[in-house]
Write a protein of this length. Structure first.
Length: 237
């Protein structure tokens, strides 16, 4: 695949190059400070100690926060899910995440694509394990906007307010993930400058989004970075 190298400096350049709001293709860039580290993908020993920043990086890369609202017996049922997906050859990473959080389950996510997911949907686990982690080690991409909305709903559920504030939750849900505008994500990242990247976070983010040997090569091909042009610029150095 021949990917065009583009020096992104502003939002208009993104639009001028006809880059979709969900995908930016970068030919090649260097990560200068990465050194070979533990093979987080193996998951063979069962004793892998994941760095907290690495966990945040893989969620930034491959995680998804979702809110679901269903009507049951004329009452709304609100549920939350954090999921992280990986192909079968990287399934060990999901086992390591499950061990790290001490909760969640692993399921087949897409049988055709041979993909699996680590999923956390119990509200107690979200409140006591997922939220404390992401509050202490925040997401660095615009996915943090979806996390913050996810957290708002979780706190409403904690206080049982979701039973009467379902319309508020519906509004929150409608603005999350692919429904969130490119402009909002761009403005958010710009407001976060300067963004400081941790080596473990970078390694996990590339491991999820990129192509190449984990922790060995410092030159990577990357495709499919969603909305996070500021992060790409930082990683290019």
């Amino acid at each position: 695949m021949n990917l065009k190298k583009i020096n992104i400096t502003n939002l208009n350049m993104v639009k001028d190059h006809n880059i979709s709001t969900t995908t930016v293709l970068i030919r090649e860039y260097s990560v200068n400070n990465l050194k070979p580290k533990t093979d987080f993908k193996s998951g063979l020993s069962g004793e892998v100690l994941l760095a907290p920043q690495w966990v945040t990086g893989i969620i930034d890369s491959e995680g998804n926060f979702s809110v679901s609202i269903q009507e049951t017996n004329n009452k709304p049922k609100v549920s939350l899910t954090l999921k992280v997906t990986q192909k079968e050859h990287s399934k060990g990473i999901l086992l390591d995440l499950q061990n790290y959080f001490g909760c969640g389950n692993i399921y087949i996510d897409n049988k055709k694509e041979n993909a699996y997911k680590f999923s956390v949907n119990k509200i107690d686990d979200i409140l006591t394990k997922v939220i404390p982690h992401l509050d202490n080690y925040p997401l660095l991409t615009s996915k943090n906007l979806d996390y913050l909305d996810f957290k708002k709903v979780a706190l409403l559920m904690k206080d049982k307010a979701h039973l009467k504030d379902v319309e508020v939750i519906q509004v929150i849900k409608k603005n999350m993930n692919s429904s969130r505008s490119f402009e909002e994500r761009w403005s958010y990242l710009k407001s976060c400058e300067p963004i400081k990247l941790n080596n473990e976070w970078v390694q996990a983010f590339i491991d999820g989004e990129g192509r190449g040997g984990l922790g060995v090569h410092t030159s990577w091909r990357l495709a499919g970075i969603q909305y996070n042009i500021f992060i790409i610029k930082l990683m290019k150095g």
